[in-house]
Design a protein around this ligand. Structure first.
Ligand SMILES: Nc1ncnc2c1ncn2[C@@H]1O[C@H](COP(=O)(O)OP(=O)(O)OP(=O)(O)O)[C@@H](O)[C@H]1O
Ligand SMILES: Cc1ncc(CO)c(N)n1
Length: 266
């Protein structure tokens, strides 16, 4: 059985963060492990508090995992503070971790800022270059590229700018700009060293989209762990997220979670 690690924040209401990641891992039939960077008090209506892991403890958790069970892929989600980003980068370099999917979580679905400006800068400099693929949504891609995104062409331009900013000697990550924040569609654009692709999907008319980003990046990590290419992994993850949204749960008073237990045919 493949083993996949998530390094992310906890969502006590179970729709995003570590909880979404572990449910996605289970739906993909891989063995899931978790390093928790932050506790959040949140639910489907908003984020009401954040308590970060104290200095050194994210690194201790990563040591405990890697010294015993080497992951086949690693997903990284919410990392709020620069010292946590530094610890993760140092540890992943130390263990020569591979197949890293980084979701640069900046703002929650409900609009709460989940990362400091300083942490964002360290994320770009130290962690993104270690990744295989990064998965910004439209506002995150705007922040990383410095351009405003209004249409498909802007998504393509932003992906290329971000790719060129992070990739030194073509050794950095592919860039997947997610279109979940578009109005009429849900098309994602992938920019890699060997080519570009659009992943097109109909927009599912469902207000329950809490944790879609966490879930997509976890599904990509599972597929990469199973040996699929980045492009195939994104295609399969896209099919899974669309199915999980269509499978429609209706939980909570706000933007509820999707149905992680949707299983993709092998
Ligand atoms: N209503 C929808 N219908 C179909 N697909 C969607 C919908 N909303 C989001 N997606 C898809 O879900 C994935 C996550 O995209 P999105 O842009 O919502 O990420 P995010 O903003 O990081 O998520 P989060 O809400 O967890 O922060 C993408 O593949 C996107 O196209
Ligand atoms: C813990 C956590 N990670 C990521 C997100 C982004 O959806 C969230 N709301 N909470």
């Amino acid at each position: 059985m493949k083993k996949v690690l998530t390094i992310a924040g906890s969502d006590c209401s179970g729709g995003a963060g570590i909880q979404a990641d572990l449910k996605t891992f289970a739906a993909h039939g891989v063995y899931g492990m978790s390093v928790i960077t932050s506790l959040t008090a949140q639910n489907t209506t908003g984020v009401y508090g954040i308590m970060n892991c104290k200095k050194g403890f994210t690194a201790s958790q990563i040591d405990a995992v890697f010294e015993d069970i080497r992951p086949d892929a690693v997903k990284i989600g919410m990392v709020s503070e620069p010292y946590i980003v530094e610890e993760i980068a140092e540890e992943l370099r130390k263990y020569k971790a591979v197949n890293i999917v980084l979701d640069p979580v900046m703002v929650s679905t409900s609009g709460k800022k989940l990362i400091t400006k300083e942490a964002e800068e360290v994320l770009i400099k130290k962690l993104m270059p270690l990744a295989t693929v990064i998965t910004p949504n439209i506002p995150e891609a705007e922040s990383l590229s410095g351009i405003t995104i209004n249409d498909r062409y802007d998504m393509e331009k932003a992906a290329e700018i971000i790719y060129k900013k992070i990739n030194i000697n073509d050794e950095g990550p592919a860039v997947l700009v997610k279109g979940g924040h578009s109005i009429n569609c849900a098309n994602d654009y992938l920019y890699t060293e060997i080519g570009t692709s659009w992943f097109e999907a109909e927009r599912v008319d469902n207000p329950n989209t809490h944790g879609t980003g966490c879930t997509l990046s976890s599904a990509i990590a599972c597929n990469i762990a199973e040996g699929y290419s980045v492009k195939e992994s994104v295609a399969r993850a896209k099919e899974y997220i669309t199915g999980a949204l269509k499978a429609g749960l209706n939980i909570g008073k706000g933007s509820g979670p999707l149905n992680h237990m949707y299983v993709l045919d092998k």
